[in-house]
Design a protein around this ligand. Sequence first.
Ligand code: F6P
Length: 320
Amino acid sequence: MKKIGILTSGGDAPGMNSVIRAVVRSALKVNFQVLGIKRGYEGLLSGDISELKSTDVLGISDHGGTMLRSARSEEMRTPDGLKRAYEMSKIFGIDALIVIGGDGSITGAKALSELGLKVIGIPATIDLDLECSEYTIGFDTAVNTGVEAIMKISDTTSSHERVSIVEVMGRNCGNIALWCAIACGVDDILIPEVTDVGENEIIHQILQNRAKGKKQNIIIVAEGIGGSQELAEKIQITTGIVSRATILGHIQRGGFPSALDRFHGANMGSFAISLLTENNYNKVVVVKNGKYDHIDITEALNQKRCFDVELYKRVRQLSI
Ligand code: F6P
């Protein structure tokens, strides 16, 4: 193992820079050369690749986003694109590729491994939706951003005795919504994993809480459910209570990475290099039972995501 390629792919996540820094510094310590690939698989396909030295990663952990940039590559999903990505890795003499990203990005790495490239995946997505790992880089920062925004919205909601719908990110996964809901103590939540609760149940919950004396209501909606504006209008028409919707959107993907994201980022990046020094590859670096570990890439991707129904129940149990 001499030359390591590194890329960040898919939706960016705060803390990705800590992973990059740790990979580069740990790799240089064991005399690996590191090639930084720009814009995820797009940069691999176009050959937008350059060597990363220790000073190139100086101070990057302080910043959100990814210094390597990121992209969602449609071409990598095609057999031709995949073959070309593999060939480009050979042209650049890449012995092993480290892919930092979510489910789709690690799936791309697995496909490359099947063509013969040695790969390591590092889970990084604000969604926390990879069953194989208890943690994915970016989740903590995204939840903290959500909590801060909800607290601000809560101030004006209570001043005006209104209902606020707050839409957080998560197309297929309600984890950001769940954690924000429990951390902030909101009235109710709509997430993709729960299909038998809809606007009627939400309105019922609002009216019930008002009857108990509550003067403001916050409802969190996951992006995958959507329709926040329409929900606010429906609530206002049905209950007569002024209702507003706020969609937090991409602000949850950016910003100063939290200590937890930097901490896990640094450790998972170093762990990836220690695997490669042991000639251990085609693995995903994971957090399991609070410890850093690794799992076969195919097995990692085959694990079905389990929904923590207890967390969901807790939101409703703690709502007044
Ligand atoms: O994967 C993270 C994520 O932010 C999801 O929560 C969201 O559904 C998606 O990415 C949005 O992707 P894009 O920025 O490409 O629209």
